[in-house]
Design a binder for this molecule. Structure first.
Ligand code: FAD
Ligand code: NDP
Ligand code: 3IO
Length: 388
């Protein structure tokens, strides 16, 4: 049993940032990471052509701005270099290959008991901590919808987190299910690589340019969401026109309001809309049936044949599965019980970092707030001793 003040579960940007902030306060902490490296989402589960959608000033972690030499929109490898520098600068040392299987609160000792499997030796390791930080991510598990008869489809089925590039799909008929940022960019990549690409759009979607998001994010420092949304929605309509006839209707509510209220990001268009307009990418409605022979039937009555399906259908948090007392802080979906900005703190010393659906800016804010709160809590306890 190893005892420490704080255990952090997950060594993505949230876990690394929280550890750095705790180190700045000289508070001992351990990061447990199931994968064999830190930032495994960015290293292993992203497609090759990924660039950050937000300008670099919205994508830095606490106490270390992105370098002035970095481009405004940093490519994945640039962000990984930044994380490498961050780990060195703050002397971070996550314990990798430790999959946390359970965390329970001991009401007598008033401490968290964390059980992890060392996935190399298969040994069980136990940790005890006064504070527990859930930093296992909103994107912890790939989500693939449970479609009846999906096993009848004999072609390749892959989740967007396993997709690297479209090179091997040249000449193939590929169906992308899901039109979030992953699906829209993967559809673009597939077409560029010579695949005959279709994408399912089942609900209205905002498509914006990265410059519009950049402008919107900067204006939000001075103006309300409704003012910014009016401008951005006008720019969106002016730039793209009415996309309803292409199967891409726009939501009635504005892009930043939808992001703040539901966490759903607008699609930051990398050129996909032009390929939809030109007919290079076919837009289809929701799947209705999967036939015995593997053909796919759609809500508009069409029945089509595909060689492969890419499920860009998003992710789920899995913290509710291992955090046994999850209801101290999370709902049964593994997401915060309380809305932003009250999402980050639960009962009995449990916190969550990176579950506010606000990207890296949200990650950074959570890490600082949590470390400050832990510091204050330790100081209060010291001040009250020996009264308590
Ligand atoms: C394709 C893609 C692109 C994105 N691009 C952007 C962007 O440009 N800008 C932006 O702001 N946001 C972006 N995001 C959002 C992104 O999720 C966050 O920016 C960031 O990665 C969140 O960091 P995190 O540490 O909270 O989660 P993650 O990066 O998911 O890290 C969580 C870590 O916890 C580990 N873990 C999970 N369960 C356990 C367990 N039981 N035991 C031990 N370890 C565990 C995981 O292995 C993982 O390493 C993107 C997301 C995706 C999927
Ligand atoms: N460069 C960057 O910065 C990038 C950032 N990201 C971010 O990563 C996060 C995850 O993005 P992403 O992987 O796109 O996941 P999302 O959760 O954002 O999108 C999932 C998509 O799948 C659709 N979907 C789910 N189930 C079905 C179904 N049964 N049939 C048809 N469609 C379905 C959803 O449609 P519906 O809305 O109808 O439910 C939605 O369009 C987001 O925050 C995103 O912005 C992702 C890629 C690149
Ligand atoms: O990449 C994402 O989905 C993010 O969560 C980053 C983000 C935070 N706020 C936004 C507003 C518009 C587009 C992306 C984001």
């Amino acid at each position: 049993m190893e005892e420490v003040m704080v255990v952090i579960v997950g060594a993505g940007p949230s876990g690394l940032a929280t550890s750095a902030c705790l180190n700045m306060h000289s508070i001992p902490n351990i990061i447990l990471e199931r994968d064999d490296c830190y930032a495994s989402l960015w290293k292993k589960r992203c497609y090759n052509r990924l660039k950050l959608h937000l300008g670099k000033q919205f994508c830095s972690l606490p106490y270390m701005p992105q370098p002035s030499s970095a481009p405004t929109f940093i490519p994945k490898d640039g962000f990984l270099n930044y994380l490498d520098d961050y780990v060195v600068k703050f002397g971070l040392n996550p314990k990798c290959c430790r999959s946390v299987e359970s965390a329970t609160y001991d009401h007598v000792e008033e401490k968290w008991l964390i059980r992890a499997v060392n996935i190399i030796s298969n040994d069980i390791e136990m940790y005890k901590a006064k504070f527990l930080v859930v930093a296992s991510g909103e994107n912890s598990e790939a989500f693939i919808p449970d479609l009846p008869n999906l096993n009848c489809f004999k072609g390749e089925k892959v989740h967007s987190s396993q997709y690297k590039s479209g090179l091997k799909y040249a000449g193939k008929k590929v169906l992308v299910v899901g039109c979030g940022n992953s699906g829209m960019e993967i559809a673009f990549d597939l077409t560029n690589c010579g695949a005959k690409t279709s994408i399912i759009v089942r609900n209205p979607v905002h498509t914006v340019t990265k410059e519009m998001v950049y402008l919107g994010m900067n204006l939000l420092k001075f103006f309300s969401v409704s003012v910014v949304d009016k401008l951005i929605a006008t720019l969106e309509s002016y730039w793209y026109g009415d996309l309803t006839k292409y199967g891409l209707p726009r939501p009635k509510l504005g892009p930043f309001f939808v992001k703040a209220r539901t966490g759903k990001s607008p699609v930051v268009d990398v050129g996909t809309v032009a390929k939809i307009k030109s007919g290079d990418i076919q837009v289809l409605p929701a799947i209705k049936t999967i036939e015995e022979e593997g053909m796919i039937g759609f809500e508009n009555g069409e029945i089509l044949d595909f060689d492969a399906i890419v499920f860009a259908t998003g992710y789920k948090s899995s913290a509710n599965t291992w955090l046994k007392d999850f209801n101290f802080i999370l709902n049964c979906e593994g997401m915060p019980k309380h809305n932003f900005p009250s999402h980050w703190k639960g009962a009995n010393g449990v916190y969550c970092a990176g579950l506010s659906q606000r990207g890296l800016a949200g990650v950074s804010k959570d890490a600082m707030t949590i470390a400050d709160d832990i510091k204050n809590s330790i100081t209060r306890e010291k001040d009250n001793w020996p009264l308590n």
